[in-house]
Design a protein around this ligand. Sequence first.
Ligand SMILES: *[C@@H]1O[C@H](CO)[C@@H](O)[C@H](O)[C@H]1NC(C)=O
Ligand SMILES: *[C@@H]1O[C@H](CO)[C@@H](O)[C@H](O)[C@H]1NC(C)=O
Ligand SMILES: *[C@@H]1O[C@H](CO)[C@@H](O)[C@H](O)[C@H]1NC(C)=O
Length: 380
Amino acid sequence: MLKLLLVFHIFTAIRNYCECHGMHSIMKLIKTNYTFGELDSPVFRKYEFVAPMDKQIQIECAFEETPNCSTNYISVGIEGKARDMVEYCEGNFTEMSAFRRMTVLTTLRQPYKCTVKVMDRKREICGASISRKIVDGIQAAPNEFPYYAALYSVQIQAVNCGGTLINHNSVLTAAHCFESDDQKENIEDTWIYLGLQSFLKYDDNPYIEVVKPKQISRHSQYNRNNLLSDDIAIVTLEKPVEYSFGVSPVCMPDKTVPEKFSKSNLVILGLGQKSEEGESSNILLKAQVDGYSEEQCNTYFKKVRKINRILTKKKFCVISPISNNMDTCPGDSGGPVIYKSNKDYLVGIVSAGLVCGIRIPSINTRVSLYDKWILSNVID
Ligand SMILES: *[C@@H]1O[C@H](CO)[C@@H](O)[C@H](O)[C@H]1NC(C)=O
Ligand SMILES: *[C@@H]1O[C@H](CO)[C@@H](O)[C@H](O)[C@H]1NC(C)=O
Ligand SMILES: *[C@@H]1O[C@H](CO)[C@@H](O)[C@H](O)[C@H]1NC(C)=O
């Protein structure tokens, strides 16, 4: 399965590379601003502008309305790709890139002048869900959770854990996702898929990124024999990923995020498994879950599992509401527990206790209490 997927990926890359074939294409790395406007041949001219990481590009063009919109226009791709481009033929316009890249294609045969400027982002990108449309249902909508990371194990030949993108080069996950104490072995065994909605529609997905880890840092207090101790790890990616509509980071919890979750906006994610056949569903699933108090959770585990005081402040429990469809079971180990408000916040990492089809609480690492550890282990 993996081999096939990787081959697809390479084909996609080649196709993108050759898109510009036959056209006079100019690639510009811009730092401040750049002005262009030409009439010399070739008439068709394609610019691919790239601003520094985390900047945006604004374009302003001035020209008279063109005589024929279907042949004379300037088109702008705000994602920096030659698709979904918007064509302008009615004169002056201004447009802003979504991320650090912008593609501009001109077929004008009349005077024009365009200026592209590098702009600072007004707001930090995090926790954005690009398609807010579909909120119900158990299947994630395309790009609904652009921070979700699937951790693929070469040995197991399957996605064995989830994770969450927190910046350009770090994925947060559970320490127990990495079996070996030999970091090199863990790195060799792992591939990270970002922007993944579905393994089935892999080839259609323009946003997917497949990256190797450069470093895997498990928490030093993590103890395999006690799943509940500091079950947190940071995977540093081999190369930083660029943000797109399909790949962008989650927000880390701040003061606006409560410590106790009631019937609140918590969501768990995972490339879940259908409980009957135990077959990987291949599609990113989501489930709304409720907070479950420390007391309730301790009582539950004491009664059912005969375990005393399972929780510390560094953990919290969630449980499926009774109304949930219990057939599907998202919430991969290591995957995110998301608090939804105006943005999506990573409040937990799924650690233990998740069983499909049964209403039992799952135990999660409380991310807010690891902010210092995360900061000191993130590599820029
Ligand atoms: C770039 O922008 C700065 C400030 O807006 C301006 O002073 C400068 O002339 C511009 N340069 C070009 C080449 O347009
Ligand atoms: C278009 O921009 C040019 C240059 O900035 C300006 O002189 C002209 O008045 C503008 N035209 C319209 C219709 O806004
Ligand atoms: C605009 O160009 C298209 C394609 O060349 C042509 O079919 C159409 O007749 C033109 N329209 C006008 C108004 O010239």
